[in-house]
Design a protein around this ligand. Structure first.
Ligand code: GSH
Length: 220
């Protein structure tokens, strides 16, 4: 798989999960400007990351689809069994992390999508904060007293880590949510998160184990 990412984004979760599962992968760094150019638009016409080119030549977009694809190719034990309570919980959180948590940040990060008048953007950013706080409340209530999002570590944990960092930038800190903070601390101690953060900082350009290094951005 080739995983397309931009530093600072939710794509960090897919990089970390690839590393954790040892599925063979390459990475392609896509700058914010390149996301709107013809090469990346041929990969994801919506200009969003993450995107993935699968080993059988397909393009996948959306965190949920990519994370589940990685899990399915990583061998047994990555997903709770079909029909189990844990599997339902996985589906719930995957869906909510995208439609609830992630979406709460859009007015803050992308106010121009909602209001063309730049003078109104600061007001919209302020208005988004209670919605972002409510999303942290939901996550924190779940993580209170838990080690991982499910009973065992799963694809949800790196995905949560990738997005919960945004609150530090938007709200100044996320100290009001001890369950989220403790989860972040646990994740920071893991190799795959250190690897993914290093990638974002320009480290790990060469191949190493199941990681095959970086590739250039080319139209697909
Ligand atoms: N629902 C999509 C959301 C992806 C998304 O919004 N990615 C952000 C980065 S965290 C992005 O590319 N934003 C740029 C944009 O929307 O223009 C998914 O789960 O992959």
């Amino acid at each position: 798989m080739i995983l397309y990412y931009t530093p600072g984004t939710c794509a960090l979760g897919c990089i970390a999960y690839l590393r954790a599962t040892r599925v063979a992968f390459s990475l392609c760094h896509v700058t914010r400007d390149e996301r709107f150019g013809p090469a990346y638009r041929s990969i994801n016409p919506r200009s969003q990351v993450p995107a993935a080119a699968t080993d059988d030549g397909r393009i996948l977009t959306e965190n949920a689809a990519i994370l589940l694809h990685i899990a399915a190719h990583a061998g047994a034990g990555q997903l709770p069994s079909d029909g189990s309570v844990e599997r339902d919980a996985l589906h719930f959180w995957l869906s909510w992390l995208d439609s609830g948590f992630h979406v709460a940040f859009y007015p803050f990060f992308k106010p121009q999508r909602y209001l063309p008048n730049e003078e109104q953007h600061d007001e919209l950013r302020e208005a988004s904060k209670p919605i972002i706080r409510a999303a942290y409340d939901t996550l924190d209530a779940h993580l209170d007293g838990r080690e991982w999002m499910l009973d065992d570590y799963s694809l949800l944990d790196p995905y949560v880590f990738a997005m919960t960092r945004w609150g530090i930038r938007v709200l100044g800190d996320i100290d009001a949510w001890p369950g989220v903070l403790a989860h972040r601390e646990r994740m920071l101690g893991r190799d795959e998160i250190q690897f993914a953060l290093g990638v974002e900082n320009g480290e790990h350009r060469g191949a190493n184990g199941a990681y095959r290094g970086h590739v250039e951005l080319t139209a697909q």
